[in-house]
Design a protein around this ligand. Structure first.
Ligand code: GUN
Length: 288
């Protein structure tokens, strides 16, 4: 039987720990507080940010969504971030991506101060991952961190495994390639220009898809040995407007050892990682 890698049992277990940690922090004078900057009305961003707020509140943390209009000018946008950087009551801040076109030239990772960058996009946070010098002072990007947690919690070995990642984004593909490498896996980072991609994915033990193309990964990417783990990062809508992943779940599920569902797989793991990072950023304040 194929193992369905649902996030639900992990969410239940980790939520309990996070609630206790949050209570401890509040008792010690720090109420974890996240500010989410949301620009415009991107439907996926509206859903993601609402889920982030809901989970923060569920564990006892505070979360405000700062909703800015789609056509906000650059100066006002930067001023909003600077005010949050200066606000000692706020321990974590994220800017929900994508940014509107007129702001997309900005290096978003450099805008939020490193100690509040719980998305792990700041150059110092990325460097800690790149150099395998992770510490409690640094934050790992939430989706990559969530994927590693999902595998470890399901006792899926990473060391010495061959991993194919499809998608080379700054948010998922690149940091995830580093994390897997730090865990002693051997990684092939594939993308839209990769030749013979199916030959690569068929050879790997773990396949991660983070391309954002509905149902792209079908049986032609999968080995016939039924020995692979498939992780689906995609949150797409299919031709009927229904939520679906990058992986054609129905075509692939019986051909693999384990697979994440969409929804209920990687998405909630991203949010759990964000909450973990928020509490870490808050704990870092205790020692100041
Ligand atoms: N948009 C899609 N995923 C993410 C994420 O993990 N963080 C932010 N800030 N924006 C996103």
């Amino acid at each position: 039987m194929t193992q369905i890698l649902s996030s639900a049992p992990i969410k239940k277990k980790i939520s309990k720990d996070l609630k206790n940690e949050c209570k401890f922090l509040i008792e010690n004078g720090i109420h974890p507080y996240l500010k989410v900057i949301l620009i415009g009305n991107n439907p996926a961003s509206l859903i993601y940010t609402a889920s982030k707020k809901k989970f923060c509140e569920r564990i006892g943390a505070k979360c405000d969504i700062i909703a800015l209009s789609e056509d906000i000018d650059q100066l006002t946008f930067l001023k909003t971030i600077e005010e949050i950087n200066q606000d000692s009551n706020v321990q974590g801040c994220i800017i929900q991506l994508p940014l509107p076109k007129h702001l997309s030239h900005l290096d978003v990772g450099k805008l939020i101060s490193q100690e509040k960058d719980i998305d792990g996009f700041h150059p110092d946070n990325l460097y800690a991952v790149l150099s395998n010098h992770e510490s409690t002072d640094h934050f790992v990007s939430c989706t990559p961190k969530g994927i590693i947690t999902l595998l470890l919690e399901n006792n899926i070995e990473i060391a010495n495994k061959r991993v194919a990642i499809i998608g080379r984004s700054m948010i998922v593909g690149k940091p995830l390639a580093c994390l897997f490498t730090n865990h002693d896996a051997t990684v092939t980072l594939c993308h839209s220009k990769t030749l013979n991609i199916r030959e690569i994915t068929k050879e790997c033990d773990i396949i991660v898809s983070a391309v954002g193309i509905a149902n792209m990964v079908d049986e032609s990417f999968i080995s016939s040995k039924k020995n692979q783990v498939v992780i689906d990062v995609g949150m797409n809508t299919d031709t009927e407007g229904l939520l679906c992943g990058d992986v054609d779940f129905e075509k692939v599920k019986d051909l693999v050892l384990a697979i994440t569902p969409v929804p209920g797989g990687v998405g909630p793991m991203t949010i759990i990682s964000l909450a973990q990072n928020l509490l870490q950023a808050s704990k870092n304040r205790l020692s100041l």
